[in-house]
Design a binder for this molecule. Structure first.
Ligand code: MN
Length: 757
């Protein structure tokens, strides 16, 4: 379906919603709701509420509650509670009307609500639906989880307000449910909802929730207390009137505008006191409190509270240890009042609460009242977000900074979504970090589930494995034994567990593949009758440009590299070696030697005859002994007029000396910048790295230029010919000594014809 078609569909649907007949009784109840909204919120967006009512009516059509009432009464009542007890705004009332729509009627999806009512309302209803769904989870029944869950899903504070109202109405109508269910819901209400309502400053609602849960959990105690309170109502009223009399006059005389009345404590608080202090009902004295609400607000109101306190304690003796100043130091939830306990005319302690009207509304309606008082003034300039959390900021401004800050930080932490709350299809709750994916979820459940994770469904829709989960999502993971993690998963998983398990798996997989590749190669090698050492194999791997042997095996294992290529390379190399062994290598050495001699003999003249530098005589260096500066040399005048230089140790010298007149005494000039070529033969054991060590010594440690290096190794014997540039004999000797010191080198010789073969 295209977006346009969907639009038409929604419009058709909406037409049906608008045209449905609505029964008179439901209509009357709705009118009542509108009046309540008008009373508490002032102006009312009647159109918004009408449309919300119509949609709710349509969505719940034909559905009844456990008590037999049409279901629509429930959202109407919840909306009524919102409108009267926690009047926030009309969007909250509309959300209350729609809060069960998605649960009960799948056609009326969140999308339809968004199309008709905008994103704000759609998000609130979505949050409510997710919270509702989550109550099947056992884990949610831990208070801390519950609080976090609620806050994380309630990106909008209004979600929580509607949730409270919903719970209150469900508690009021709980008697039609089976006993077991009643019990479960009552415990949930007492342990989860009431404390949270208290944190939000919704005192009246909290008291109602507590009383209603007590009625289910300990009906006997509930009715005893209730009956007693009623029976003593007249007596109590007389007492209150007598107590109030003198202070009412004194307050009037002081010119204060105020209300004063006695208020019975709620049943649950009396019950708890009996339990905690082990007292009978008769022993509980403070079954009620006196409340003074002054009609002034702001600074004046605060002063009036203190004046009232002073006047009251003039009439009755206060108990100093029971005094509390919640005006200077409000409670974290914003509650402000002066509390004092005084001794009444009969000596019984009586609690007195003193507050302004504004403080009173906050005390009764908490969050909602904060909102209301912010509305008038600077709210126009505030962003939507700021407005929504103005009350949180107000908490920050109060002097009880530690607790307030803590609460706000917790709240903001939860809202920033560092953790998300998702559910398994069975309704189990899982807490995951922000950005978690179905793969994280799968590993969180069990390593095996993660390793075999094949696909995922979120809220019954297929999603990619990299899909980012949101709080309230219901996540289902499909597994398959043939599935396994791939390296791509590392790109999107966020949990430590998933990361480490995937990495572990991939490493394992690599090891297995390397082993498999090794086996493939070994089989291949046996078949091709190749028998080479690991060292050699590594050399071939390098030749094939693999960084190491493992990588070659891995690629063979993965089928990325065909080992036949390796077989071919080895065969070719072997063949070449065989040729060399058959004599060609000797020729090669000879060739190298000859080239060396050619070059050596073209060396520049640096000789002195009788202290005179030789410049005009052709000088050649004898090929038999290759002299270099520093060598003891003699010159031999040849027939063509040139001088041939021999080392004095040369085996030909004795012969030459017979023609004494041709001998020219000669010495080396001290010219240092001249380089001579020298040849060395190095012999020793053929071991790994020996060539590297030789070149290291020559070129790095002695900064000597290597012209050529020919190495031949066979049957573990190493035989190398090195041609290099040296400055003089001293340089060459040093070099030879160093080479001699390399482990496994047996001999280093000047490269002349009389070196041992
Ligand atoms: Mn409901």
């Amino acid at each position: 379906m295209t977006v346009a078609e969907q639009q038409i569909d929604i419009e058709n649907l909406w037409q049906r919603v608008e045209e449905q007949p609505i029964d008179a009784k439901s209509r009357r109840r709705f009118q009542q709701l509108l009046r309540a909204c008008h009373d508490s919120l002032g102006t009312t967006d009647t159109d918004l509420l009408e449309r919300a009512f119509q949609l709710a009516y349509w969505a719940h059509a034909g559905i009844h509650r456990a008590d037999g009432d049409p279901f629509i009464y429930h959202p109407l009542e919840v909306a009524q509670i919102v409108a009267t007890d926690i009047p926030f705004d009309e969007v909250t009332v509309a959300a209350a009307l729609l809060h069960d729509v998605v649960e009960d009627n799948l056609v009326a999806t969140v999308q339809l609500i968004e199309a008709q009512f905008g994103q704000d309302l759609a998000l609130i209803v979505d949050g409510l639906t997710k919270i509702e769904r989550s109550f099947d989870s056992i884990a949610v029944r831990q208070a801390e989880n519950f609080r976090k869950l609620l806050l994380s899903m309630a990106s909008d504070i209004r979600v929580i307000l509607v949730k409270f109202a919903d719970r209150l109405h469900n508690m009021r109508t709980i008697s039609s449910l089976p006993e077991e269910k009643q019990y479960k819901i009552a415990i949930e209400t007492r342990d989860l909802f009431a404390p949270l309502a208290h944190r939000f400053g919704l005192f009246t609602l909290k008291n109602d929730l507590e009383d209603l849960s007590l009625k289910v959990l300990d009906p006997e105690a509930f009715y005893i207390i209730k009956r007693n309170l009623r029976a003593k109502k007249r007596e109590r009223q007389r007492y209150v009137d007598r107590f109030i009399g003198p202070i009412r006059r004194a307050l009037e005389d002081a010119g204060l505008q105020f209300d004063i009345y006695g208020r019975p404590k709620h049943i649950y608080s009396i019950y708890r006191k009996m339990q905690q202090q082990g007292k009978t009902l008769q022993e509980i004295y403070d079954l009620f409190a006196i409340r003074v609400v002054v009609h002034t607000d702001g600074r004046q109101g605060k002063e009036d509270c203190w004046r009232a306190y002073s006047i009251i304690t003039d009439s009755y003796q206060p108990l100093p240890e029971r005094f509390r100043d919640f005006i200077s130091v409000p409670k974290a939830n914003g509650y402000k009042s002066l509390h004092t306990t005084v001794l009444g005319h009969d000596g019984k302690p009586v609690e007195v609460q003193i507050r302004t009207r504004e403080m009173h509304e906050v005390a009764e309606m908490g969050v909602a009242a904060h909102w209301k008082y912010k509305e008038g003034d600077e709210s126009d300039r505030m962003s939507e977000w700021d407005r929504r959390f103005a009350w949180v900021r107000e908490l920050l401004d109060n002097p009880d900074a530690d607790r307030a800050t803590e609460f706000v930080q917790e709240f903001q932490h939860d809202l920033s979504g560092e953790e998300i709350y998702v559910f398994s299809p069975r309704g189990d709750l899982f807490i995951l970090p922000h950005g978690a994916t179905p793969v994280d979820f799968a590993f969180h459940i069990h390593t095996e589930v993660g390793l075999q994770c094949k696909g995922a469904k979120v809220n019954n829709k297929f999603v990619p494995l990299s899909h980012k989960l949101k709080s309230g999502d219901q996540v289902e993971v499909n597994t398959s034994k043939s599935k396994s993690p791939n390296a791509g998963w590392m790109q999107f998983v966020v949990t430590q567990k998933a990361r480490s398990r995937i990495r572990h798996y991939l490493n394992n997989e690599q090891r297995t593949t390397v082993r498999a590749g090794e086996e493939i190669w070994e089989k291949k090698a046996r078949k091709a009758q190749i028998d080479i050492s690991d060292t050699e194999l590594r050399r071939y791997a390098t030749k094939l440009r693999f960084p190491n042997l493992e990588q070659m095996h891995l690629e063979i294992g993965k089928g990325l590299f065909n080992p036949d290529e390796l077989v071919k390379l080895i065969a070719e190399t072997e063949e070449k070696r065989a040729r060399e062994a058959a004599g060609e290598d000797a020729d090669l050495l000879q060739l190298q030697h000859e080239r060396f001699l050619d070059q050596a003999q073209s060396g520049a003249p640096a000789l002195m005859i009788d202290g005179e530098r030789v410049t005009d005589i052709a000088i050649t260096y004898a090929a038999c002994c290759n002299p270099i500066p520093g060598d003891e040399v003699i010159g031999y005048l040849s027939r063509n007029g040139g001088i041939k230089i021999h080392r004095t140790t040369c085996r030909n010298v004795p012969n030459l000396l017979q023609n004494e007149d041709r001998i020219v005494p000669i010495s080396w000039s001290r010219q240092k910048d001249m380089q001579f070529m020298a040849g060395l033969r190095v012999m020793g054991e053929d071991r790994v790295g020996i060539v590297n060590e030789i070149t290291e010594v020559i070129s790095k440690s002695l900064k000597t230029n290597i012209r050529s290096l020919v190495v031949d190794a066979e049957d573990g014997v190493f035989d190398g010919t090195i041609v290099l540039d040296v400055n003089d004999l001293e340089h060459l000797r040093k070099l030879m000594a160093r080479l001699q010191n390399i482990g496994g080198i047996h001999g280093v010789y000047r490269f002349t014809e009389n070196t041992p073969a």
